[in-house]
Design a protein around this ligand. Sequence first.
Ligand SMILES: Cc1cc2nc3c(=O)[nH]c(=O)nc-3n(C[C@H](O)[C@H](O)[C@H](O)COP(=O)(O)O)c2cc1C
Length: 191
Amino acid sequence: MKIHLQKPEDIRSQIWKELGRASLDRHHEWRTPVLASADADGLPDARTVVLRQVDALAGQLTFYTDSRSPKAAQLQAKASAMLVFWSARLSWQLRVRVACSVITSGPEVDTLWQGVKHLAAAGDYLAPLPPGTVLSPGSGMADADKANEPAPTHSFSLLRAQVQRMDWLELSREGHRRAQLSANDWVWLTP
Ligand SMILES: Cc1cc2nc3c(=O)[nH]c(=O)nc-3n(C[C@H](O)[C@H](O)[C@H](O)COP(=O)(O)O)c2cc1C
């Protein structure tokens, strides 16, 4: 059943509730948003990421990544990025303008790494070759094998996205609705 909330404060709190659920439920459609950033030439780049933590009070969304990945370099050079979420269940699209920081070390990274390092996914952060490394022709398999040998140190890091503003779009037979919201503001827009 679709929710049809009327009041901006109810919609806002439901958005954060759904984001929180998505960080805990691997089947939630908002679990895997697209993160778009700008590359070194200012050209658009985008990829799917997994939403890991949500702090509604602080307005922060957290993801895990490899500190050696192109996206980490892009966001370190230019923090501004967009996250795009779509849920067919809710009929809600959420586009979120964020400022990202890449956290590569410190107690928070250490604690989370303790939980991740035993999982199959830990291999990604221990691979000796950075993500996106070109495998040389002919020796592709050898390079690929090498890429699977664990490195002595991990490159597990956190991507912390500080929400600046959101664009919420609800598709509905009764009429689409759209609004732009920031921490203290709510503006209805034509869809
Ligand atoms: C379903 C799915 C979830 C993914 N989750 C993450 C993630 O949480 N963090 C991440 O760094 N890459 C994730 N990836 C891989 C990225 O989409 C991307 O291919 C990789 O990180 C390299 O991106 P970059 O070259 O822009 O840095 C995921 C890919 C898929 C298909």
